[in-house]
Ligand binder design. Sequence first.
Ligand SMILES: NC(=O)c1ccc[n+]([C@@H]2O[C@H](COP(=O)([O-])OP(=O)(O)OC[C@H]3O[C@@H](n4cnc5c(N)ncnc54)[C@H](O)[C@@H]3O)[C@@H](O)[C@H]2O)c1
Length: 282
Amino acid sequence: MAIQKVGVVGCGLMGSGIAQVCAQSGFTTVVREVGPELVDKGLRGIEKNLARSVEKGTLNEAQRSEIRRRLTGTTALEDLKDCDLVAEAIVEQLPAKRELFAKLDSICPSSTIFASNTSSLTITEISTSTKRPDRFVGLHFFNPVPVMKLVEVVRTIATDEKVYEEMVAFGAKLGKTPVRAHDSTGFIVNRLLVPYLLDAIRAYENGLGTLEDIDKGMKLGCGYPMGPFTLLDFVGLDTTYYIANIMFEEFREPAYAPPPLLKRMVLAGRLGKKSGQGFYKY
Ligand SMILES: NC(=O)c1ccc[n+]([C@@H]2O[C@H](COP(=O)([O-])OP(=O)(O)OC[C@H]3O[C@@H](n4cnc5c(N)ncnc54)[C@H](O)[C@@H]3O)[C@@H](O)[C@H]2O)c1
């Protein structure tokens, strides 16, 4: 079955990027948020990105309006009923994701493929809220989605082989490089990245250096495109906190335990770039 229409649930940092890339790659795309102001905010962000691409000359005006025409926003989950694929990018909380997919399962035909962009939950535990674990995969994109080239395509023991291969091909159609990953918490990238980010916070708590110096050290000493605190602010400290808790719960290893400073920053509403302040001010 060829994918023609894609539903995206959540239009935050990741959902807006996924919706943009789907529409940009020729798919009719409908993105769902919980309230009209969040739909508007997400779509405005996408429009800003597209305008920047036109300024840079990587898109022309005709392409921009074509992409915008393919993309609609909604607050009604029912508007996703005729989608061939639904990609979820809502908060990193298991009960919220399970509740969402249980509803989608009753709205969408049995042919619709479901995908989650979860960073740290297992696809298995999300997919069992539906009657279609065989048509359920992980499509784990990276932030910012329009820029980052990778997508981890995740299969569970229940995922149908054809569905999986179709999703690997879909990732390539979005212009991404798909890598195949097993359904293990954190998949490939976050399994290695999250302990590093949490260690950076612990190093800062222990007075190893200033935020700026730790960032400079890792950027210039390791050739990383940005230091750990810049990256943490970019990912979102709330999202990182959820991810760390889930990974710690799974592995019970101190490397995944969220440092107290991370918790305090989330409690204080310093969520990173998206809230105007995280480790740095924006
Ligand atoms: N931030 C990252 O760098 C990153 C990278 C890869 C994967 N992820 C994963 O992507 C998912 C989303 O993360 P994010 O950073 O975009 O978070 P975010 O906080 O920016 O956005 C989440 C959005 O989901 C919306 N939402 C919540 N419940 C909803 C529902 N039932 N229907 C529709 N919308 C709903 C919220 O209103 C919010 O706008 C998480 O699972 C996260 O782990 C995040």
